[in-house]
Design a protein around this ligand. Structure first.
Ligand SMILES: N[C@@H](CCC(=O)N[C@@H](CS)C(=O)NCC(=O)O)C(=O)O
Length: 217
C-alpha cells in the first residue's frame, strides 16, 4: 500500500506550512504512515488528470491503492479512522473529536481564510478596511468562544486528536498574518503545543524542503 498525496511544487506560502497538504502530512506523520508526494503546478491542477482526482482543481489529493480522495478534512478523517493515534477508541469521545474536526473547518476556518484572501485580493479596494474589521470581529468572536471552551486544558477534548490537528492548522494561518491569536494566551499556547509535536515538525520540514529545492532549482 503506497500513499501518494499532492502538494504545490512552488507553494505561494513560501514553505510556511500554510498550504493544506501540511495537515495531511501531519496526520500521516502522527499515525506513522509513509507517503509519497507528487508535486504539481498551478497549471496542472486545472487540467483533466488532476481534475479527475480533485474536481475543484486544488491540492491536496490522496491516493492509496484504488482509493482516491480530495478535501483535506476528509483525507485527515480517513487517515484517522484507518490508523491509531488520532481518534479515541470510545465511541462518544470519537464522535466529539470528529465534531471538533468539523468545527475547525466549518466554523473557525472560514473567516480566517476569508481574511487571508482579502489581504491578498482586496487590499487596494475602497472597502478593504471595513471588510477587514468585520472579518476580525467574526474571528475574535470565534476565538473568544474557543478560548473559553479550551480553558486550561492541553487539547480540546482529552487526548490530542484529529480535531486538534485541524484546529491548530487553521489557527496557524491566522498566526501567520495577524496578531489576533496573541490576544488569547491559552490559544497561543495551544497552537505552540501543536507545533512542538515531533510529527508536526517532520511534516513542516518536509514541506519546507520542497520550497527550498524549488528555490534552488
Ligand atoms: N476545502 C479544500 C480546499 C483546498 C484548497 O483551497 N487548496 C488550495 C491550496 S491550500 C489550492 O489548491 N488552491 C488553488 C486553487 O484553488 O486554485 C480542502 O480542504 O482540501
Amino acid at each position: 500500500m503506497t500513499i501518494t498525496i499532492t502538494a504545490f511544487e512552488r507553494s505561494p506560502d513560501r514553505g510556511r506550512g500554510l498550504a493544506r497538504d501540511m495537515r495531511v502530512r501531519w496526520a500521516l506523520e502522527e499515525t506513522g504512515q509513509p507517503y509519497d508526494v507528487r508535486l504539481v503546478s498551478f497549471k496542472a491542477i486545472k487540467e483533466p488528470p488532476h481534475l479527475a482526482l480533485q474536481p475543484f482543481g486544488q491540492i491536496p489529493t490522496y491516493e492509496e491503492d484504488d482509493l482516491a480522495l480530495f478535501e483535506s478534512g476528509a483525507i485527515v478523517l480517513h487517515i484517522a479512522e484507518r490508523h491509531g493515534g488520532l481518534l479515541p477508541g470510545d465511541a462518544n469521545a470519537r464522535a466529539r473529536a470528529i465534531a471538533w474536526m468539523f468545527a475547525a473547518l466549518n466554523t473557525v476556518e472560514p473567516p480566517i481564510f476569508d481574511r487571508s484572501l482579502a489581504n491578498i485580493l482586496e487590499r487596494d479596494e475602497p472597502w478593504y478596511e471595513k471588510r477587514l474589521s468585520a472579518l476580525d470581529g467574526t474571528i475574535r468572536k470565534r476565538l473568544a468562544d474557543l478560548s473559553r471552551r479550551l480553558g486550561e486544558a492541553d487539547w480540546l477534548d482529552g487526548e490530542f486528536s484529529a480535531g486538534d490537528l485541524l484546529m491548530v492548522s487553521v489557527l496557524l494561518r491566522l498566526k501567520a498574518s495577524s496578531d489576533i491569536l496573541e490576544e488569547y494566551p491559552n490559544l497561543s499556547a495551544y497552537v505552540a503545543r501543536g507545533e512542538a509535536r515531533p510529527a508536526y515538525k517532520r511534516a513542516f520540514d518536509a514541506q519546507l524542503a520542497v520550497f527550498k529545492a524549488a528555490s534552488v532549482g
